[in-house]
Design a protein around this ligand. Sequence first.
Ligand code: ATP
Ligand code: MG
Length: 201
Amino acid sequence: MKKIGIMGGTFDPIHYGHLMTAEAVRDEYKMERVIFIPAANPPHKAGTMITPAVHRFNMTLLATCSNPYFEVSDIEMRRRGPSYTIDTVQELINTHSSNTEFYFITGADAVQELPTWDRIEELLSICQFIAATRQGCIPDVDAIKKHFGTLGEKRIHRLATPELEISSTNIRNRLKKGYSIKYILPESVEQYIRKEHLYLT
Ligand code: ATP
Ligand code: MG
């Protein structure tokens, strides 16, 4: 079986927390590659202001292009309506050979929200989940696994990673206030943000 990781997110903007997590999981699970998928219309962020998808896609491309194992897909940007992961994974399964196994990678906060995801039981039955969390979050992930019973035990896995205290929200706030964002995201992404005047208001 060939393993492919999926790193889904809003990536508004992408930062070293996302990149480090994806690389740690890829390495540990010996994945062939990790596909970064910027959500076009994230259902859990409906009603909040998010940066146009094309900018988030471009930043994700800039951030990942130096890693031969990383690629970026516009699969959710080509679909209308809310970006549900189940539709994305289904489409990936349909377009890849049957010996491919998909692993959806999430951080500590996202895995807690799994019970609210659209058609989550169906999603768990077609795709594995890797929750990348710091050592202290073991009980949280165990609780989520329990919530889904046998399906959770079989499909949700935990990988201990040194979680970086970085979030896109924090980066956007720093930019608004004029604080430095160096060393928390790739330089190329910072240059893109400055060039396009993103996150100023
Ligand atoms: P926002 O602050 O806008 O919610 P974010 O930094 O949480 O942004 P998202 O695009 O919402 O980034 O998250 C995409 C995925 O990356 C989620 O699975 C999330 O748990 C994970 N993630 C976010 N920040 C980190 C981090 N610092 N370390 C590890 N994983 C992270
Ligand atoms: Mg988030």
